[in-house]
Design a protein around this ligand. Structure first.
Ligand SMILES: [Zn+2]
Length: 381
């Protein structure tokens, strides 16, 4: 969790590891831990490996930190073998990617591209009412200096992130490496349906205005809507709040989240629009239906050249790979606004993630790290 004692301990550990392999280190004002191995001829145009070191509550030991650990391993190999590369190679361990504490996320990577605003710092609060800025101050950071974290496009020539897949595809298809082509777009909406609270025993069925029945009808249709535009599109209702949530009262109001994702531009928007149309049709004039948009993010594409570099590395090592999209969000989608990005996926056992059951075998991780090393050797030579 960002800006806690454990978080501080993680930074100290990473700095210690980075020092031990000869890196120039610093922690920036967004609490990202950066370690640089200077280039021989080029002072700028760093090739950056990155991932996040924060996690979710009751999460596993791989999401995020695996990309940091593999980055350290790549830099250790370069250091021990005194490999000469023209470009600098940097590892950035980002903080607060998950957004667990402040319900926001990507703080470290957004700071690098200059997208953390005063409003983000002072208006986003955790459950105790502590703002992001206050939490940063308590951890010894100066939030007024966060603008200094921003990098210029010419400072980074490529960004490569290794991450667990967090889904079941690579394991099911017995593949070693996923070459990520796209990070799916996400449209998140909150739907509120208002009916009329009545006695559950005395109100005949035909005289009710039950918003939960309407919500259930809509939610049951989602598997069909998910594939309207994209056969691999997904639609999820993860939050349902029923008021008053009492056994003997016909519900007065139901609020639920609608999370629609697709790798195709415009697809999540189209599906969301269709679902909203259906919601209004189900509600008719008996129920009130209100819609609030919470997130509208189009898909982000990784760089074609970096995709090819990753694919070539997998091929040369004889690893089984496929090109695939990521349904989950990653720091790479933020970095893509600054520089060309690429992503390497390694398999997740049973597709489990954001759970203590998250697991990737050491052998599978070694293959991912090898591909990362080979990609960095090509990109930084
Ligand atoms: Zn992650």
């Amino acid at each position: 969790m960002p800006f806690t004692e454990e978080d501080q301990a993680a930074r100290e550990y990473l700095l210690h590891e980075m020092h031990s392999i000869g890196l120039e280190t610093r922690v920036d004002e967004a609490s990202s831990v950066c370690g640089v191995r200077p280039g021989n001829t080029d002072k700028s145009h760093a090739v950056v490996m990155g991932s996040h070191y924060d996690t979710v509550i009751n999460g596993g030991a791989y999401d995020g930190i695996l990309g940091v650990v593999c980055g350290l391993e790549v830099l250790r190999v370069l250091h021990e073998n005194q490999v000469q590369l023209s470009k600098p190679v940097e590892l950035i361990a980002f903080n607060d990617e998950e957004g667990v504490r402040f319900n926001r996320g990507f703080t470290g990577s957004k700071a690098i591209i200059g997208h953390v605003t005063d409003e983000d710092i002072w208006k986003t609060r955790d459950r105790q009412g502590i703002s992001l800025g206050q939490a940063m101050q308590q951890a010894g950071f100066d939030p007024t200096l966060i603008g200094k974290v921003q990098r210029e496009p010419e400072q980074i020539s490529a960004y490569v992130e290794l991450h667990i897949e967090q889904g079941p595809v690579l394991e099911a298809e017995q593949l070693d490496i996923g070459v990520v082509t796209t990070i799916a777009g996400t449209w998140r909406t909150f739907v509120e349906i208002i009916g009329r609270p009545d006695h559950a025993g005395t109100t005949p069925m035909h005289m009710r205005k039950d918003p939960l029945v309407a919500a259930a009808q809509l939610i049951a249709k989602l598997p069909g809507f998910a594939h309207l535009v994209d056969p691999q599109g997904v639609a999820t209702v993860g939050i349902v709040n029923v008021e008053p949530n009492v056994a003997n009262v016909v519900p007065a109001k139901v609020t639920f989240s609608l999370d629609i994702r697709s790798q195709f531009g415009g697809a999540a928007r189209q599906v969301t629009a269709r679902v909203i149309e259906e919601a209004r049709s189900i509600c008719g004039d008996q129920l009130e239906c209100n819609i609030r948009m919470a997130m509208e993010e189009e898909p982000v594409h990784t760089d074609h050249h970096i995709q090819q570099v990753i694919e070539d590395a997998a091929k040369e090592n004889g690893y089984a790979f496929k090109r695939m999209f990521s349904g989950a969000g990653h720091d790479a989608q933020i970095m893509a606004l600054l520089c060309p990005v690429g992503m390497i996926f390694v398999p997740s056992r049973s597709g489990r993630s954001h759970s203590h059951l998250e697991y990737t075998t050491p052998e599978a991780i070694a293959k991912g790290a090898q591909v990362l090393l080979d990609a960095i050797l090509t990109l930084a030579k």
